[in-house]
Design a protein around this ligand. Structure first.
Ligand code: GLA
Length: 515
């Protein structure tokens, strides 16, 4: 005999009793008559580009208690618990991601045949209202898991012998990037000296994706009417075009990922004329453990090589599982070492000054990536942006500008186009610089260059200007310092045994010291 669990009288009797179905229904009707939530519900949020971000609430109600799953963008909450109280209900969803746990809570009411759901992104935010309507039972079901491949070493693609340089859409445009913006950036890069200074990749980040066609081919959304034509345009300017995807079913912004279509997508990118892929873990977290990351990334590494087109491969999984130890083996040319940067001094310095121990893992073709540049986005001072570019150059980091290149102030232009600093970043020996000295908030980093010279960066992280002294002998430059050049003032300094400079608050002096 089938039976369901119902609380007998809501609010008064808390214990649950097993009853035959007929009795149970009678009890529900006779008691509080909570409306039925059973089934699959969808919240469709149109993105304005022809796609929608769909969140699925697959719920089961027994009496006052609610269970189920919620799939929203890249997040898949397998555990949902909830309950009715009076005419509304509350549900809590839990997702485990590695060792961390993410929770989402919703309050809701059923009005007619529409679920009205209220949720907050952060506790301090005002509630957002979502409206869910009934969906077919299987719609939006989470895809089944494909076992990751056996590991093998992916052949080096021979690209990125120096850290990649270019521009990426995310920091400035996020979901607003479109074909016109990318063309405008390409125009600016060709016209204003960026390309000639080495910034050649024009990289489209998340939100270009459309649905898959009947053959499973990825398409673009309305913001990108013709990706091949866009690539042709960018190539005609002497630039290269980059794109973005995820090994999961969804990207971070909830767009279509490459899951189960890796080789097909790689062929599509090659056919379009794509030169660079950023591959962002995001939705893959619901299918694979961190330990499986190398195998999952290897799959796309193989797929890109198989196309025969040179495509730089950028791993983005926020530095988990010590990616610097295996990123090169899976075909990666660069790998993010941290979470997302923000256009703020604390974010930039927290990331940049924490990269010291990763130096041994950088080498031509394979780079640590402390995330893209924020220079020119307005959240830092010119001195702070000089620190940003100097530090990234000491780290042999990829230099991907993230600002609007059409409206650069002269200060920002001078920073991004400082060729003497860029030359440190692009030094062909590819040796990442390291922390050499520190006193309080002042630190000196050094980097060995291919011609035997050293880059020496005097960073003042303090809030007041400071006089900093670099003593060559103490920094391991023992014999015959012949030439010292200041790469921000573009002046030669006297080649004494030490140099003292006034360094602005949050600023830097970057020197090239040759023997
Ligand atoms: C993640 C990445 C970012 C950006 C966004 C796009 O947060 O770390 O760099 O690509 O996704 O959704």
């Amino acid at each position: 005999m089938s039976s369901i669990v119902v609380p007998l009288v809501k609010g008064l009797v808390t214990e649950q009793t097993m009853l035959p179905r007929a009795f149970a229904l009678a009890a529900v009707i006779g008691a509080v008559q909570p409306p039925r939530l059973d089934g699959n519900w969808v919240v469709r949020q149109p993105m304005g580009d022809g796609t929608s971000r769909d969140s699925y609430f697959t719920l089961a109600q027994r009496g006052d208690s609610i269970t189920g799953t919620i799939r929203t963008t890249q997040f898949y909450y397998r555990t949902v618990t909830g309950a009715w109280s009076a005419d509304s209900f509350a549900i809590t969803a839990v997702m485990r991601d590695g060792t961390s746990e993410r929770r989402a809570t919703y309050a809701g009411r059923l009005v007619g045949d529409t679920l009205h759901l209220y949720t907050r992104r952060r506790p301090q935010d005002p509630p957002t209202e979502l409206k869910a309507v009934r969906a077919a039972p299987d719609e939006g079901a989470y895809p089944s898991r494909v076992a990751p491949p056996a590991r093998h070493a992916v052949r080096d693609n021979g690209l990125a012998r120096t850290p990649p340089m270019g521009w990426n859409s995310w920091n400035k445009f996020a979901g607003r990037v479109d074909d016109a913006a990318v063309r405008a950036m390409a125009d600016a890069m060709a016209a204003d000296g960026m390309r000639d200074a080495g910034y050649v990749y024009v990289n489209i980040d998340d939100t270009w994706e459309g649905p898959r066609d009947a053959q499973g081919n990825i398409t673009t959304n309305r913001k990108f009417p013709d990706m091949k034509a866009l690539a042709d345009y960018v190539h005609a300017k002497g630039l290269k075009l980059g794109i973005y995807s995820s090994p999961g079913p969804n990207t971070c912004a909830g767009y279509e990922g490459s899951y189960r279509h890796e080789a097909q997508d790689a062929r599509t990118y090659a056919a379009w004329g794509i030169d660079y892929l950023k591959y962002d873990w995001c939705g893959a977290r619901n299918l694979y453990t961190d330990d499986e990351m190398p195998a999952v990334y290897q799959k796309m590494g193989d797929a890109l090589l198989a196309t025969g087109r040179p495509i730089v491969y950028s791993l983005c999984q926020y530095g988990r599982l010590d990616v610097w130890r295996w990123g090169a083996d899976v075909g990666g040319n660069l790998w993010r070492t941290t979470g997302d940067i923000r256009d703020a001094w604390d974010s930039m310095t927290r990331i940049g000054f924490a990269q010291d121990s990763l130096a041994p893992f950088a080498k031509p073709g394979h780079w640590n990536d402390p995330d893209m540049l924020e220079i020119g986005n307005g959240g830092m001072t010119a001195d702070e942006y000089r620190t940003h570019l100097s530090l990234w150059s000491m780290l042999a980091a990829p230099l991907l500008a993230g600002n609007d290149l059409r409206s650069m102030t002269p200060d920002v232009r001078d920073i991004l186009l400082n060729r003497e600093v860029i030359a440190i970043d692009q030094d062909r020996a590819g040796k990442q610089g390291t922390h050499a000295w520190q006193q309080g908030e002042q630190e000196i980093w050094t980097r060995e260059l291919a011609d035997g010279a050293r880059a020496v960066a005097l960073f003042n992280r303090g809030d007041a200007p400071a006089t900093m002294t670099a003593r060559w002998a103490a920094l391991g430059l023992t014999s015959g310092v012949r030439h010292v050049r200041d790469l921000w003032t573009h002046q030669d300094l006297a080649a004494a045994p030490e140099v003292s400079l006034s360094v602005p608050a949050h600023g830097v002096a970057l020197l090239r010291v040759s023997r």
